[in-house]
Ligand binder design. Sequence first.
Ligand SMILES: CC(=O)SCCNC(=O)CCNC(=O)[C@H](O)C(C)(C)COP(=O)(O)OP(=O)(O)OC[C@H]1O[C@@H](n2cnc3c(N)ncnc32)[C@H](O)[C@@H]1OP(=O)(O)O
Length: 489
Amino acid sequence: MDDWSCDANDALHITVVQPGDTKPKTLSTFHPQFTYPIFGDEEQIFGYKGLIIRLRFAAHDLRPHVHISYDDRFKAVGDTTATDLLGALKPFLPQEAFINLPEYEKAIQEDIDAKTFTPPGKLVLPYEVDGRQYEIWAGSLADPAVQKLLNRAQVLISLFIEAGTPLETDDPEWVLERWTVYFVRSYEKVAPPTPTASSYSIVGYATAYRYWLYQRDRSEPSPVKNDPFPPSEVKIAQLPARLRIAQFLILPSHHRSGHGTHLYTTIHASCIADDTIVELTVEDPNESFDALRDTADYCLLQPEFLKRGVNLNPDPNGAYSRKQRPKTVPTNALIPTDTLREIRASFKIEATQFAHILEMFLLSQVPESHRLAGGTNLARLLIKKHKADDANDRRYYWWRMLTKQRLYKKHRELLNELELIDRVEKLDDTVRNVEEGYEITLGALKDRLPDVSEETPAESSGRRDKRKLVVEDEDDEENEAELVKRPKV
Ligand SMILES: CC(=O)SCCNC(=O)CCNC(=O)[C@H](O)C(C)(C)COP(=O)(O)OP(=O)(O)OC[C@H]1O[C@@H](n2cnc3c(N)ncnc32)[C@H](O)[C@@H]1OP(=O)(O)O
């Protein structure tokens, strides 16, 4: 029976086409990353030999088509039958994808609107990569032209984003506006292959929606009303909101050329320019998106941190000269918390993401020879702690304490279920994993940014306020088990 089974990811070919001299020509072909939403968890198709499911998209307007071919098909034996391919594909593709191939090819070759096609919405950013021109356009999902394109593109979400789900595009207009589905697509402007062809070709797209930010003035009594929602005088799209990136996709043929970064920074720039948006968030980012976002946010924030002299104070509240280590992590004396709050608010970066970028930056300010990556003697540091002779060793000590403080606060419930010794060990392992993840990102950024890690750190502003709580104490500096490698913690 195995002979009749094949890997669904291999069988599915996604092809981007343009009109050619006599019939459509292929611009790029690639396989999906996931087919489990369509063909089940095993991602296997039963009952075909030499199966090819070709999913074509017109390069400019994504007109879709699916074509199935195979050498042989399993003849049913009892209840055992070949996978119903059309039945599996139909819920994921627009009806228009199921016309016959000659009809589709004719539509591509003779598309009289192609020449004048421009992506719906507004041009937000033209840019160039390796001498080729690209553009990012943005439009509201309430625009029917945007809806049409999104409906055609959405199958790609199931095929490339784990647990990604298509958006509902037939919601009432006020919902579509609320999601302000801030929709960004990136198009490559290519020389048209025929006089009537479009010069646009898709590279990727992203959607983002406005998440209403509840800000109640607690001095006012709460007015409970039973009026219809939304009230007619309220424009949902103008209420204070977080912008949340929901789907984000660059086609495999264009990976690692900076398009994802252009798309992300364009969305981020639009947030900064929009007074109604308070911060940018991301829905369930995966590891590669996190890598992209970390590098992009770091490039954005690093110059600001340097300009504002952000660094760790190696001697908070004179701790170095005292015998007793402070009982709590003296956050306000270690880092300029007011300045950082201001930077975070003006760059509209979500709190945990900001903490990651800040930790990464503060780590980079400790010369590498004083960090784990440079082989620093951690055992000795854990004995000397805040009294280490070298200011950079103390800076690194306090970096670990600050990072542990955040991790402890975030995972307090989980950690408090553990015995003290296990808790300490777990936290220590976690901070180590976080540090390793930061070192990977800092390494990836080396070519893009000037290396500032060996610079003399500025002394802190010496604020004295204390903050409650923190990591247990850290005679416990033996830390903890895992909360995962390269964890987003
Ligand atoms: C909210 C969500 O939708 S989460 C889901 C995100 N989307 C997907 O996973 C769909 C499939 N994948 C993709 O669409 C793309 O791989 C993306 C969007 C994740 C990345 O897009 P790209 O255009 O390749 O990113 P870009 O070229 O701008 O990369 C910028 C940096 O991010 C990091 N990066 C990007 N992709 C990866 C990866 N797969 N692994 C590790 N690091 C990565 C690298 O540091 C890279 O810089 P470098 O190439 O100089 O090393």
